[in-house]
Design a protein. Sequence first.
Length: 402
Amino acid sequence: MTELRDQMPSTSAYARLAMADVAQAAGLANVQMLAWRDLDDPEAGGSEVHCSEIARVWSQAGLGVNIRTSQVVNKVSRVERDGYFVKRSSGRYSLFPAVVAGGFAGALPEHDGLIEIWNGMPFFSPLWSRKPAVVFLHHVHAEMWKMVLPNSLARLGWYLESKIAPRVYRNSRIVTLSHSSKDEIVDLLGLNPDNIAVIPPGIDPRFTPTASKSREPLIISVGRLVKVKRFGPLIEIVTRLKSRHPGLRLVIAGEGDERADLERLIDFHHARDWILLPGRVSDDELIHLYSSAWILASNSQREGWGMTITEAAACGTPCVVSQITGHVNALEHGVSGMVASDPAEFEAHLDSIMSDKDLRKKLSDGALAFSSNFSWQATARGTLEELAMEAMAHSKDKSRPR
C-alpha cells in the first residue's frame, strides 16, 4: 500500500481518479457502512455529517455505498442521497441486535468492505463479519453514559465500552479524528496504537465568510442541546460578561432534550431578549451565523474533534473552547482561537477577544489559515486508504496456503 500511495496524484484535480485507483487496486467496489443515526435524524450531529460526507465523496469516485441506520420518525425507510443509499430500519436501540443478527445470517447487502461507526454502543462486527473492515471511533464515551442513562445502565455501558468491546476490537483497524482522541483510546480502552489512524474531518467549501461581522458582540455555539455540550454553564459564563459588554448576544443553535432546562435558565437571568435558542438551523443560516459572529464558543465535556470549531474558522470566526480531548487539535491556541482550562479562563478569553479588535482580527486571520488544511476529499481518501490496506491484507491472508 505504501507503493500505491506513492504513485497516487495528490492534487485536488486528480483526487477522484486517485480514490478510484485505490479502490480498484484493493478490490473495493461496494462498501457497507453501519451507523446509529442517519443525517435526517433530528439528533444527528458531527458523526452523521462525517459518515455522510465520506459516503458522498466515495460515491462520486465510483464506489457503491450503502448505509444502515435506525429509523427516522416520519421518514421513508430507504433513501438515495448524493449517490449513496441509506436503509433506515429498526428502532433507536433495537438496531444493534438487528444488525448483529443480520450479520451472522449474512443478510447485509453484498459488499467488499465494511465501515462500522462505534458510537458508544458497538455493532461487534469483528465477531460476525469476514470482510475487510475499518471502525470509526471518534472518542471514548466514558462519563457520557451517566449523562444519558440511569446509574445501573450507565455502569453497564461503560463496562461494555471499556472491558468487553476492547477485547472484540483488539485487532481491528481503527480510525479516529484527532491525536488526543487516539491517546485517550489507547489509555482508557487499551487498544493497540499501531492499529489506530488519525484522519481529521473535512470542511465543506460552502463554509466561507458570507457576511460582515455583527456590529455588537455576538457569540454563537452550535450543537445538540444535551448535557455533554454544557450549554448551561456557557450561559452562566456569558451572563457574567453582559455588564461589561452591554450589546452582547448569545445564539445557541441546535435542538435536543435539554431545551426546557436552558429556557428556564435564560428566564432566570431575564435574558430572553439577548440569549436566543433558534433550534436547528439550515446550512445557509448556519453559515450566516458563523460569518457574522465574533466568537464560536464550545464548552463541551467530550468531543472527538469539534467540527463546529473548524466550520466557524472557515467563515473567519475564531473560537474559545474547553480544554478537552478533540478540542485541542481542532484549533491552534493563540492563532485560530483560545483553549480554556476552567470556567474562569473561558470567561477571560471571551472577554479579551471581545475587548480587543486587533486580537479579533489576528485570530480571525489565523482561523481562516488553519481551516484551509481540511477538506472532505482528503478525509475520504485517507479513510479509503485505510480500508484498502485492510482489504489487501485480507486478500493476502486468503491466498496463503493452509
